[in-house]
Design a protein around this ligand. Sequence first.
Ligand SMILES: [Zn+2]
Length: 464
Amino acid sequence: MSTPNGGAHGPPWPAQQPRAVIIGIDGGDWGPIRSLIDRGKMPALARLIDEGVSADLRSLDTLLSPRIWTSIATGKLPIKHGIWGFHCTRGDLRAKRVWDIVREAGGSVGVFQWMATWPPEMDDAFCVPCAPLSPDGRTNPPSLGFLNQLHSMGRRQYSSGGVMLRTGVSVAWNALLSGARLGTLVEIASLLLHRPSRRDGDRLAWYARARCAQTRLNADLLTRLLRRRPPTILAMLISETDMVQHKTWGAGASGDGCPDGEWGDLVEQQYIRADASIGRVLGALPSDATVVVVSDHGFQAESSVRWVHVGRLLDLLQLKGRVEAARPGMGTVYLRPAVDDSGGASVTLDSLREWLERLWITPADTPLFTIDAKPDEIVAHCAAEAWGSAEALGQTVEFRGADRSLPLEELLVEGSPWRGTHRDTGIMVLRGPAFRRGEALADAPLGPRHRANAPPRFGPAGRR
Ligand SMILES: [Zn+2]
């Protein structure tokens, strides 16, 4: 029998020392990172790059974060690991993540903010699921349940204002007991006490500052956990980088793939905080620990000002509740039949495809979508005719054969709430005994479409 952390018959894990760490930066992109490293503003990541190897990460072709993070953790595609979208929980998981294998071998596991990890594993060293995706705020240890409350408070302050003082005091007290530094709490309190004005710029800046504060708080809590409950393997995710880039990236983009100006500054502040977190985690590790820093995708400016209203699309097809739909970008929708309690679906993939192909723009006389059918879902791209041209608006989308229709501008809604969107190139940095110092990998493909390629080549040493 094996015991965690190396008991009498356990494996040779040195107790009290993490051996491997996976650090996820959601939406981490080399554009802003290289620029910040060149100016000395991301010293922790710069050190890892110098001491290890780095590469572009080529992501999967469906850029939905929970899927990709689970593919990174399991080494499997969604069809095998079972995590499709933001609604999925650990109950949907059908493959072992790398830390499940470590646990089976007698190691201990720490998971912090990783997606699709709710409900938390209560027997692990710690497991704190990604707060925005947690239905009930459960955490291991349970004392970190206040993270969920804090998340709701922030959302409320951003949208309507009005934070309950009593909740605020209780959250602050619990945070303090769990390792939050006083400076972090002051930063959070000042945000919760000063509601953003209605001006778009104020709201964006408030939002970005709140995400920065969250990253700092997470680092406080995680470093305390690493001291008190050191796991053999740690998987942590910094998801605030993605949120801030969605809101601000394209607002001041210069067109070279890097945000600039006032909004670019908000993006940079977020990366600087992410780097500080990495630095603090590295400080808790032995120098020969294996460190993987990876992102699920990169970022680019969102060019479209219109987005597909998924609720109205499902209404038009009369498929609400029978089909799951996700819209990671503006003009693309992922659809798959919803599985009911008995494990079956009331819609087949073929009929779903056929219905989507019957959506027709009139009088332009073109289909609304071009359809990309996968073995287990449909990717519907809005046809360029519907998307780009002003004259397409004022037209009607007809569901042919069903006698239902909708004005095109009600389906393609103007006024994007997002300015940045995902691109398929992310980052990867590896440091540890198995990696040659200073090398740059040619690329690090995630998906099967790259499997035919030769194994990654080592390029000239140096920073990327
Ligand atoms: Zn995103």
